[in-house]
Design a protein around this ligand. Structure first.
Ligand code: BES
Ligand code: MN
Ligand code: ZN
Length: 502
């Protein structure tokens, strides 16, 4: 979708469809909507009086201008209660509006910037929100189908503003909204691609290419490099696969590493999770969904892209360990013991608890940056979905300051996370008789989320750390505004917000 800002009067703009808004307060429309109502001979006011257009958040009403305007269709989107208006309401309204515009078959859409006028929001932030939401709502997963049926899509979105002095702010917002949405889309595409396409090698190549385009430093460790570093726990997972493992390292502000705070992001990159010898037999018919078990890695790669293009004043490092969890004669087996980069040993109880294994060595690697914070993001456990459903991701940390930063970023981005406990007693359940720690309880018991976080904590030394379990958020089962069904890349918007607020 092409986007632009145009200085024009709302009644003069020419497009297939024009989006204006309405507060849910029973009042006559003001501002741009009021001007448009006048040009339409009071037809919007009439709909309000009839109660057919109430301005409830996200409600859309389509009208036809019958030649009274250069634009044949007008869509009124509700902004909700005036006093409740915030950036998130702007995102919701924008997403609902663009979805209706698409359904109406519009190719060129003009819109006012919701919240920037009467709403009193920062115009740049409002424009950013409109663009971010419109692009993410319009996302379609890549498909390889011979079915030539064309999918309806809005091709151009024009933000209309009459006041010249506002234009530069809106342009700034559009620029940033595009960066964020395009980054999320990069991660969604990787997430949606099947495991025969999005292999560790393909994802590493994508990261390398992206890094050269946006000016990030990129290093990819090959299997031999990981062997030399002693990453025996990560490599144990890769043993059963024909795909060579890759370890992507992206860095923003490499040269200023010493003067800036360092934040390391770590993402689980299992390009397919069969479960290994602990095969996913119970969930066999939904196993295809395990192609998204690299969402954490995709999130981290995408967040680094946004950090570079937004030029956040931080030293940001992204670590993405990538491998398949497959099965062959060389694959790891339950009972095996492996030594990782930290020197600690680990006993395999379940080969299906593989995410925490690759993260163990990535978290050990993170300490070389002497970071001010390390945050990992992972589709780690089915248990998080039992606890929170698809309403929030799990947040695990014992660091108050980092928890506060993450919760603030969550509130601002609308990507919900909820704090889960990390009591010491959970660590007792993963003591091993044969190694320093075992990768899950045996038999698999209660509190699967907290024991997984306690496992990770073993490998985090010398820095504040937080873990995000996004297993139940990565694949959207029921569409929400900005999150069509399927690949969500949940976490990118949250992490970008965190870095911007740092
Ligand atoms: N990738 C899965 C977690 C998962 C499950 C994500 C369902 C999305 C939907 C992870 O590797 C896994 O298999 N976890 C096990 C851990 C268990 C063996 C301790 C699980 O949750 O069953
Ligand atoms: Mn697994
Ligand atoms: Zn997994």
């Amino acid at each position: 979708m092409k986007t632009e800002v145009r200085q024009a009067n709302i009644t003069e703009i020419s497009a297939d469809l024009l989006i204006v808004n309405l507060f849910n307060d029973g009042q006559q429309p003001g501002g741009a909507t009021g001007a448009l109502d006048k040009a339409l001979g009071g037809r919007i006011a009439e709909l309000i009086a009839l109660g057919d257009c109430r301005g409830k958040l996200g409600e859309t009403t389509l009208l036809y201008s019958h030649g009274a305007l250069p634009t044949p269709r007008v869509l009124v989107v509700g902004l909700g209660k005036r006093e409740a208006l915030d950036i998130h309401a702007v995102r919701t309204a924008s997403a609902k509006a663009i979805a209706s515009a698409r359904a109406a078959g519009a190719k060129t859409v003009a819109s006012i910037v919701h919240g920037a006028g009467e709403g009193g929001l920062d115009p740049a932030l409002a424009a950013e929100a409109v663009i971010e939401a419109s692009l993410l709502e319009s996302y379609q997963m890549p498909r390889q189908s011979s079915d030539a049926r064309e999918q309806k899509q809005v091709e151009e979105l024009i933000l209309v503003e009459s006041r010249a002095e506002q234009i530069p702010f809106l342009e700034q917002g559009v620029h940033r909204g595009h960066i964020i949405a395009d980054s999320v889309i990069l991660a969604r595409d990787l997430e949606a691609q099947p495991a025969n396409i999005a292999t560790p090698t393909m994802i590493a190549d994508t990261a390398r290419q992206m890094a050269s385009e946006v000016g990030l430093t990129c290093t990819v460790l090959a299997q031999s490099d990981m062997e030399a570093l002693g990453m025996g726990i990560l490599l144990a997972v890769a043993k059963g696969s024909d795909q060579p493992p890759q370890f992507v390292i992206l860095e923003h502000n490499t040269k200023r590493a010493n003067e800036l705070p360092t934040v390391v992001l770590v993402g689980k990159g299992i390009t397919f999770d069969t479960g290994g010898y602990n095969l996913k037999v119970i969930s066999a018919s939904t196993m295809w969904m395990m192609k998204d078990d690299m969402t954490g890695a995709a999130d981290v790669i995408a967040t680094l892209r946004a950090a570079a293009l937004l030029d956040v004043p931080l030293h940001v490092v992204g670590l993405a360990p990538l491998t398949e969890n497959a099965i062959d004669g060389g694959a790891q087996k339950p009972g095996d013991v492996y030594r990782g980069m930290s020197g600690k040993t680990m006993e395999v109880i379940s080969t299906d608890a593989e995410g925490r294994m690759i993260l163990a060595d990535a978290l050990a690697y993170a300490s070389r940056y002497q970071p001010d914070a390390v945050i990992d993001v992972a589709t780690l456990t089915g248990a998080i979905g039992i606890a929170l459903g698809s309403q929030a991701a799990g947040l695990f940390t014992e660091e108050d300051a980092l928890r506060d930063r993450l919760l603030a970023a969550s509130a601002a981005s609308g990507e919900r996370i909820w704090p889960m406990p990390m009591y010491d007693e959970y660590a007792d359940a993963i003591r091993s008789d044969f190694a320093d720690v075992k990768n899950t309880t045996s038999p698999v018991k209660n509190a699967g989320v907290s024991t997984s976080a306690k496992f990770l904590q073993h490998f985090t030394t010398g820095y504040p750390w937080a873990h995000l379990d996004i297993a139940s958020m990565a694949w959207t089962k029921k569409a929400r505004p900005m999150y069509p069904k399927g690949a969500s890349a949940f976490g990118v918007r949250l992490l970008v917000q965190l870095l911007r607020n740092w």
